[in-house]
Design a protein around this ligand. Structure first.
Ligand SMILES: Nc1nc2c(ncn2[C@@H]2O[C@H](COP(=O)(O)OP(=O)(O)OP(=O)(O)O)[C@@H](O)[C@H]2O)c(=O)[nH]1
Ligand SMILES: [Mg+2]
Length: 269
């Protein structure tokens, strides 16, 4: 067995600070936790403000200078806590914003992640959607700025997008409030299990898929069952050992540091 603490990244340090991770059920007062994720400037906070109104508070994410906004709303007898995540183009955790967004979606396990996209430049936004679908399957896509898209004569086929991605897709123009009651209905149908998702997974080339399967098989016994082992494997293949370090340090029951069998470590070299 190889001790994970021997496997630091190139800078010789790990980025994940456990104190920065909120713990589900302790910080939230609502019944269902919904994370709002998306690229910068796509209208996440506008959706957040529209849904939560005055029932919100802001602060900083623990240990970070990144603003944290959390609010609540009720719809059809369900109560929701909405968490407005910082805008990011990816979840590689190469900045504080990305780290906060990734850690919340992965480790705080919101009941649903609502990804807000800009309808006028959907292709760029879908990169983040696919990354989030590698972590969790409880995702709804909110295609926002539909009014801007219409002004530019861009038509978004939300039904086709939903079919292609395997998740519900709602078109919105959050500044005027258009589409937001549909979004709330979809959240409701997801939490009561009326909508089941079948998210599209990125399939890599054959050689990579073989390595992913091999490493995933070896990693799985060391991972908590709620985490997506394929996603952890992909991060490990990228050389992101912070995730493994975090899991090793936070396993219930004093899990030993040796999270990786030696063979897996060798595969990753
Ligand atoms: N026309 C139009 N403007 C919108 C819509 N939604 C948001 N906006 C505007 O887009 C700008 C950015 O909105 P924000 O809600 O701050 O976007 P954000 O995603 O929270 O941005 P960051 O937190 O910086 O990542 C603001 O000027 C909003 O008024 C919409 O549906 N239509
Ligand atoms: Mg914002």
């Amino acid at each position: 067995m190889l001790c994970l603490s021997h496997m630091k990244d190139q800078k010789g340090e790990y980025m994940i600070e456990t104190a920065s991770l909120p713990i589900q059920g302790q910080e939230h007062t609502g019944n269902f936790v919904v994370a709002l994720a998306g690229n910068p400037n796509v209208g996440k906070s506008t959706v957040f403000n529209r849904l939560t109104g005055l029932n919100q508070h802001t602060g900083n994410w623990p240990g970070k200078t990144v603003i944290k906004a959390e609010g609540t709303f009720s719809h059809r007898n369900q109560r929701y806590t909405l968490v407005d995540l910082p805008g990011t183009y990816s979840l590689h955790a190469s900045s504080s914003d990305e780290q906060v967004a990734r850690d919340f979606i992965c480790f705080s396990r919101p009941d649903i992640t609502a990804v807000v996209c800009d309808a006028t430049c959907l292709e760029r936004n879908l990169n983040l959607v696919l990354q989030i679908l590698e972590i969790t399957d409880q995702v709804v896509l909110c295609v926002n700025l539909l009014d801007e898209a219409e002004r530019k004569k861009i038509h978004v086929d939300t039904a086709m997008l939903a079919h292609q991605l395997g998740i519900p897709v709602v078109g919105t123009a959050a500044r005027s409030g258009r589409g937001l009651s549909k979004l709330k209905d979809v959240l409701h149908d997801m939490v009561i299990g009326k909508i089941a998702t079948t998210p599209r997974q990125v399939v890599y080339d054959q050689e990579l898929e073989t390595s992913i399967n091999e490493i995933e098989k070896r990693l799985t016994p060391y991972l908590p069952n709620w985490i997506n082992s394929r996603w952890v494997t992909l991060r490990a293949l990228e050389g992101d050992f912070n995730i493994l370090e975090y899991i090793a340090c936070n396993r219930p029951g004093n899990c030993p540091q040796q999270i990786l069998p030696e063979e897996v470590a060798l595969c990753l070299q």
